[in-house]
Design a protein around this ligand. Structure first.
Ligand SMILES: [Zn+2]
Length: 438
C-alpha cells in the first residue's frame, strides 16, 4: 500500500517515536507539513467553492433544522434523502442498508431501532478506491431545545454544525466541485453515511468493516478542533447494567423488598474506581435510572457506562473488570434470602486508533494543502472516537477529522464557523483531486 501514497506529502511528515500511554488527550507528537503549491486547476476548484458559500449555508441550514437524533428515525430518513438526491445528481448509484437494532437493557426493556444507512458509489474508472464516511445522526433528541441554526457573524451555532452536518456539507461540496470540473470521470468512490454513530455505530459496524476492506484509503469528515487534525485516538467502549430486585412497600413490608438501586449503587462505586489517569483509562457512569416511587423498594435500576482506553489490551481489561464487578452480589435480603440479579452488556465499539504512517500521509497532505490555502493546521491525540477507528482497525489507512473546526460538541454550545467550513471544503476538494489522480 505504501507505494500508493508516494505522490503526497509523506516526505514532509515528521514522525516521532511514541511511548504508549504517556500522552494525554490533546497532546500529540506534531506532524509537520510544508505548504504545497496549488495548481491552476486546483485553484479553479477552490474558486468554484468560494462562489458557493450562500448555497452551502442554505444547505447546512436545511439539514441542521431537521432533528436527526440517533433515535429519530423519521428525521434521519429526511436528512438521508436530501443527501441521497444530491449524490445521485453527481452520478452516484445510491442504496440504503437496514439500520438494524440493539438491545437497550433498560428497565423499560425493548430494542433500539436504527434508521437505514446510505451507500453511494461512483465507479467510472480505475483510480484508487476511496471510502468517504460521515454520520447522519446527532446526539440531540427530538425533544431537545437545541434545534436551529443561528448565524452570528462568522459563527455557526446549531445541532450538528460541528458534529457533523458541517462535515457532510464540506464533503458534498468538495464532490460537487470535482463534478463541476469534470474530475469524477475516472474514479472509484464510495460514500457511506451511517445513522447510528452517536450510539457507537452498534448497527453499522459490520457494514463499515466490510466496506473498509474493499477500499484503499479512508476519509472521515468529522470535525476538527482548534485547527488541529486528529492523528490518533483512544478506544471507546460502553457497558449497560440492569439490576432487578423485588418491589415492596417501604413502610409496611420493607423486609420483603430487594432494592435494585442499593445494589447498583455499590456497583457504580466499584466501576468508577476503574479510572486510572496514569494508564489513560477512564470510566464514566454517565446515565443512571431506577425505582418507581419514594415509598417503594426499587425493583429495577439501570446504568450506562462509558469506557476509554489508549490501547485494546487495556480496553479488554476494563471489560473483564466490569463483568467481574457486575457479577458480585453486594447486597442481600436475608429475611427472604434473595439478592438482586444483574444483567450486563459490554462492548468495545471503537478500537483505539494508533498513529499509522499511511494515515499520517493523508493528514500531512491535507495539512500541506491547508497551509497553501492560508491556514496552518496542527495535529492532536483525541479522547473521542469516530468510525475512522473502525475503518483503520481492519487495515484501511484513514484520516478522520477532515470536517470544519468546531467546539462544544454534544452540548447546546456546539458551534463552528463559516470560514472554517469554506477552507475545509476547499482543502478537501484539492485533497480528493490529488488522491484520485495520484
Ligand atoms: Zn460525530
Amino acid at each position: 500500500m505504501m507505494n500508493h501514497i508516494t505522490g503526497i506529502a509523506l516526505a514532509s511528515a515528521i514522525i516521532f517515536a511514541l511511548t504508549p500511554g504517556t500522552l494525554t488527550a490533546g497532546e500529540s507528537p506534531q506532524l509537520a507539513a510544508e505548504a504545497t503549491t496549488i495548481s491552476p486547476a486546483e485553484k479553479e476548484l477552490t474558486d468554484w467553492i468560494a462562489a458557493q458559500q450562500d448555497a452551502m449555508i442554505k444547505d447546512l441550514a436545511e439539514i441542521v433544522e431537521i432533528n436527526s437524533g440517533t433515535l429519530n428515525v423519521d428525521g434521519i430518513n429526511k436528512v438521508r434523502d436530501i443527501l441521497n438526491q444530491e449524490l445521485a445528481a453527481l452520478g452516484f448509484q445510491t442504496r440504503t442498508v437496514a439500520g438494524g437494532e440493539v438491545t437497550s437493557l433498560t428497565c423499560k426493556g425493548g430494542d433500539v431501532q436504527f434508521a437505514d444507512h446510505l451507500i453511494a458509489t461512483l465507479n467510472t474508472g480505475e483510480s484508487r478506491k476511496l471510502l468517504l464516511n460521515g454520520h447522519l445522526d446527532t446526539v440531540f433528541p427530538e425533544d431537545s431545545r437545541f434545534q436551529h441554526l443561528l448565524i452570528d457573524g462568522d459563527t455557526l451555532k446549531g445541532p450538528g454544525v460541528s458534529d457533523m452536518k458541517g462535515g457532510l456539507i464540506a464533503m458534498l461540496y468538495a464532490l460537487k466541485a470535482l463534478h463541476d470540473k469534470g474530475l469524477l470521470a475516472n474514479v472509484r468512490l464510495t460514500v457511506l453515511l451511517n445513522s447510528d454513530e452517536e450510539m457507537g455505530s452498534l448497527g453499522s459496524r459490520p457494514l463499515i468493516e466490510k466496506l473498509a476492506r474493499q477500499h484503499d484509503l479512508g476519509l472521515v469528515f468529522e470535525g476538527s478542533s482548534q485547527n488541529r487534525m486528529t492523528r490518533h485516538r483512544k478506544g471507546l467502549g460502553q457497558a449497560r447494567l440492569r439490576v432487578t430486585g423485588r418491589a415492596s412497600h417501604a413502610g409496611n413490608a420493607h423486609e420483603e423488598g430487594v432494592s435494585a438501586i442499593h445494589e447498583l449503587s455499590h456497583k457504580i462505586v466499584e466501576i468508577e474506581k476503574l479510572t486510572d489517569y496514569d494508564q489513560q483509562t477512564t470510566v464514566n457512569v454517565g446515565l443512571v435510572q431506577g425505582g418507581e416511587a419514594r415509598n417503594t423498594i426499587s425493583p429495577c435500576a439501570e446504568a450506562y457506562v462509558d469506557l476509554r482506553y489508549p490501547n485494546n489490551d487495556l480496553g479488554n481489561r476494563l471489560v473483564t473488570e466490569i463483568k467481574r464487578i457486575a457479577a458480585i452480589k453486594h447486597t442481600r435480603n436475608t429475611h427472604i434470602g434473595q439478592s438482586p440479579e444483574t444483567e450486563t452488556w459490554v462492548k468495545l465499539h471503537r478500537p483505539a486508533k494508533p498513529i499509522h504512517p499511511e494515515s499520517d500521509a493523508i493528514i500531512s497532505a491535507a495539512m500541506g494543502i491547508s497551509a497553501a490555502l492560508g491556514q496552518t493546521l496542527g495535529s492532536r491525540y483525541s479522547g473521542g472516537g469516530t468510525d475512522g477507528s473502525i475503518m483503520q482497525s481492519v487495515g484501511l489507512p484513514t484520516a478522520d477529522s477532515l470536517g470544519p473546526d468546531g467546539e462544544g460538541d454534544h452540548s447546546p454550545r456546539e458551534e463552528s464557523s463559516i470560514s472554517s467550513l469554506m477552507i475545509r471544503t476547499k482543502m478537501n476538494a484539492v485533497l480528493l483531486s490529488r488522491l484520485i489522480q495520484d
